[in-house]
Structures are given as C-alpha cells and as structure tokens.
Write a new protein. Structure first.
Length: 520
C-alpha cells in the first residue's frame, strides 16, 4: 500500500485529467513571422495560440531586441494579437510571444520586423508625388515647393520642382523665398502672443485701450471702427475679436471687384500704366485711413464677437494699434518678437523693409479668367505679379510677408509644439478657441486665433492658407506638418499634393494613422 503523501497527488492529477507528464504545451502558429515596415508606423502582430488540453493560462508579449523601445499595446492576458508602434530608429526589431498553461508548460515564437527609415521608404515617394502633381498643373503653375516635417528630429522632407523664373528657366529651390500671403496673419499674431505673454495686454484688451483719439486719421474717432445701425462701438472691439476675425469689420481688400480698393488700383497701375496717385508704399497709417474713408467699417451687419467674417482688415487694425501702443513699427515688432527669437533669418515684410537672405522671390501668378465676377475685363489674363511689379505693399500684416519653407516650419513647429508662448491660459486659448465658419459636404471648417481648422475625411488640419497659392498646417492623426506652395492663385495643385501625401502616409501607417474615407 502506497503512503498517503504519494496517493493524494496521484488522485488530484487523475481528477484534473492529467499532470505535467501527460499534459501538452500550448501551440503557437505564426503565418507571417517576418515583416517590413516604416519607422513610426503601427502594425498588428497575430499569433494563433491553442492548447490541446484547454489549460491555457496566459499569453505574454515582449520586445527582445531592437535599436529603440517600441510601444506595445495588448488588451488582455490572453490576447493573441498586439499593436506595435515602431520607434523613429530604423533597424531590426524582434518581438516574442510566449504562451503558458496552468502547469507552467511554455511555448515561444518570435517576429522579426525590419524597420525602414523615412529617407529610404517615404522620401522617394514624396519626391515622385510632387513631380507628378507639378507635371499635371505646370501649364498654370510656375513651380512647386513643399516640406513635410514628421515631428522627429532631423526627419524633414523637402522638395522643389519647376522654375523660380519661367522665362529665364531659373530652377526653383527648396530655400527660394516666396510671398506667404495670408499665412502672414498667423505670423503677425505671434507679436500679439508675445505681448500677452509679457502681461502687456490680454485677449480682452480693447481698441480703446490700445489707441487714443490722437492716433486716429484726421476726422475719425476710435468708435468709427464699428458702426452698426448708426451705433458706434469700435472702441469695444477686443484683441481676441481681431485675431479670430469676429469684429464684424469687412475686408478692405476687394480682390479686384472694387475700383477704389488698394488691390484693384495697384493692379490697374501695373497693367494699364494708370494710378499715379498710388503711394510708393501702403504704410499702416495710409491703410487705416483708406479703409475708414471707403466706409469699410460702416453699415456693418454683425456685432463684435457675434460672427466670423474673414478678411485683412482685422489683422491690419490690430497691427496698427500695436504700433501706436508700443511706439515701434510692426516690422520691428515682428523682427524682435518673432523672427529673431525663432531664428527665422529669411523672413521679412515685403516692400516695407529690406530683404533678408535671397532677395529674388519666386514668381507667382494670378490667372484672371472671364468668369471672374465684377472684375474689369482689362485685368483678364494669367499675370506674373512679380514681373509686372504690382505694388502689393497693401497686403502688409495680413498678407505681405516673405518667408521660406524652413522659416515657416520654425514658426509652426513652435506653435504646434506649444513652445511659442509660455502663458498657459493663452496657450489653452490658442488650442481651444474656435468659431464655426462653414460646413460643406465632407468638410467642416472653423477659425481661431489666427488659425484655421479643417476636418475632412478622417483627418484634421490646423494652420493657415494664403492667396498666392500657399498653405501650412499640422495634420492629425499623422502628427506631421505640411507646408506647400504652388505660386498660382487659381490652382489646387498644392492641395492635390497635400492630400496625396496624407493618403500615402495613411497607407504606410505613419503614426498609426487611421484609414481615410475615399474621395477628396
């Protein structure tokens, strides 16, 4: 007869249908143990785990080796698949899945992932995309420049195709400066942010606090900046309302529909040889006097803060008011508070100050076709704005800055990485203050503190575009920054490139991007 201490374990083993000597280890099947992917992308690793004795206790996933630590996401202790987000470093990564049963019998299998660098796997595709996009649009587009910043140190793609000067066939380069048009509004806002950071002003500071009656053009008062139903309330307009374009003030730029507007007068002067009365430079006092004299602030339809109404007037009024308040020109404020701190060495106010860096900007075009409403027929044609020498100094703070791809990237990097401002309340306002603009099929748009936000087909773009064919934006969920310029007002090729880049990076899985819906 066996001793009790030997019989009892045997009985337990029998009741539990077997012990180690009869139990089978779990089984792991891997259909694809070797993968190739791009750094920062997300991929799923799947192992089919089974246990003949139905004794499976847990499944463990771990990284065995690799040049950097990946991010592993597992739902539970028996999850047979895992989401892996690769780090930014290229190389070979090995991951292991281990299955264990209640008797501690184990089985292990490994996955090997070869992570390709962005330069190797993505940059050539972006080169081709830019070249193909330009080829399809070069009848109107002189050249295209683009930059994609992947948010990883040193991982920035840059491209340029076409010509800076079409007639002389001067190649366009990635560092050739260009007019950034309304992206200027976002850069100009940097001056305001800096002053708020220092506690000099706030978002709720009013025009009446920034300018006095002696600052106003002759015959006008601060209250004249907003007249609705005969009631004047211009002095109550706030910094916030000028930044988010909700002051109710209309745009002083007519886009050639008003013969008395600075833009139409400047175009006619260049094309027809008229306009001897046009100033050599539309400096800030002239611009403010012009918009007041032309009644831009009269007979308005919205109360301040009530409705978004986009235009250049808000930016220029704010910039002019800051000049009066600080006693410095806005060009000087931009240099001291934005360009210099961020190292933007090739950015300046066109026609208001000397060029910094290369003074040969990209030629840009405005193709005015016969179907443009309210535009004099004498202005029809595809016009080279630079060659004609159109006096665009009227664009000023709202649209007159010249910059480069890299300089713009410096500014938007600081903005998007939340290092541009130090005041947490202001930073939160920049991130969260949005006014609805419009919604159309597949697109939702809103406008904040000199920033526009678009939501379309599963991605969100936050940045700003400009009239001369430029755009700069942060795109989520990809976590990339895209800056594109095609230098032609009426061509969508810059957006064709951006959308193509977004589709490409979604397909590759950059930053674990979610699939996009079809269509543009």
């Amino acid at each position: 007869m066996k001793p009790m201490n030997l019989v009892l374990p045997s009985l337990i083993c029998s009741l539990l249908t077997g012990c180690n000597n009869n139990n089978h280890a779990p089984d792991i099947e891997i259909a694809q143990p070797n993968h190739s992917a791009v750094v920062t992308t997300q991929l799923s690793l799947t192992a089919v785990v089974s246990d003949k004795d139905d004794n499976l206790k847990e499944i463990k996933w771990r990284q065995i080796s690799g040049p950097a630590q990946a991010t592993l996401e597992v739902d539970g202790i028996k999850d047979q698949s895992i989401e892996v987000t690769l780090p930014a470093k290229a190389g070979e990564y090995i991951f292991e899945v281990e299955a264990k049963d209640i008797w501690r019998l184990k089985e292990k299998s490994r996955f090997v992932i070869t992570a390709q660098s962005l330069e190797e796997a993505v940059f050539p595709q972006l080169d081709k995309l830019l070249s193909d996009t330009y080829s399809e649009s070069k009848e109107l587009v002189p050249g295209m420049q683009a930059l994609v910043d992947f948010g990883i140190e040193g991982q920035v793609w840059r491209g340029a195709v076409g010509y800076r000067d079409k007639d002389d066939r001067v190649p366009l380069l990635i560092d050739t400066p260009f007019r950034i048009a309304s992206i200027s509004k976002t850069l100009s806002a940097g001056v305001t942010f800096s002053l708020i950071d220092e506690g000099v002003i706030t978002l709720d500071t009013t025009l009446a606090e920034l300018v006095s009656e002696t600052d106003m053009p002759s015959g006008y008062q601060v209250e004249d900046f907003h007249v609705l139903n005969g009631v004047k309330r211009g002095g109550a307009i706030t910094v916030r309302q000028l930044l988010d374009q909700s002051s109710g003030i209309e745009d002083f730029v007519s886009y050639l529909s008003d013969l008395n507007a600075p833009d139409t007068r400047s175009f006619q002067a260049a094309l027809l040889g008229t306009g001897e009365d046009i100033p050599a430079v539309w400096h800030s006092d002239l611009l403010i006097e012009d918009l007041l004299r032309r009644g831009i602030t009269q007979s308005l339809g919205d109360m301040p803060g009530e409705q978004h109404l986009y235009g250049n007037s808000n930016t220029d009024i704010l910039a002019w008011a800051l000049e009066k308040y600080t006693g410095k020109s806005f060009e000087q404020l931009l240099y001291e508070r934005v360009y210099l701190p961020l190292g933007m060495n090739n950015t300046y106010m066109d026609q208001h100050e000397p060029a910094r860096g290369d003074d040969k900007i990209v030629e840009h075009y405005f193709n005015i076709a016969a179907d443009f409403e309210d535009i004099p027929p004498a202005l029809y044609g595809n016009h080279n704005i630079v060659e004609l020498g159109v006096n665009t100094s009227f664009a000023w703070a709202g649209g007159g800055i010249v910059s480069t791809l890299d300089d713009l990237n410096l500014y938007f990097t600081a903005l998007h990485q939340r290092t541009l401002v130090q005041d947490p309340t202001l930073d939160e306002a920049i991130q969260s203050h949005w006014m609805p603009v419009r919604s159309q099929e597949g697109i939702s748009e809103s406008y904040g503190l000199a920033l526009a936000k678009y939501q379309m087909n599963g991605f969100e773009s936050v940045g700003h575009s400009g009239f001369w064919g430029v755009n700069a934006a942060m795109v989520e969920p990809l976590g990339i920054r895209v800056i594109t310029a095609n230098h032609q007002v009426v061509s969508d090729s810059l957006y064709d490139f951006e959308y193509g880049a977004i589709q490409l990076l979604h397909k590759l899985g950059i930053k674990g991007a979610m699939p996009l819906a079809s269509g543009k």
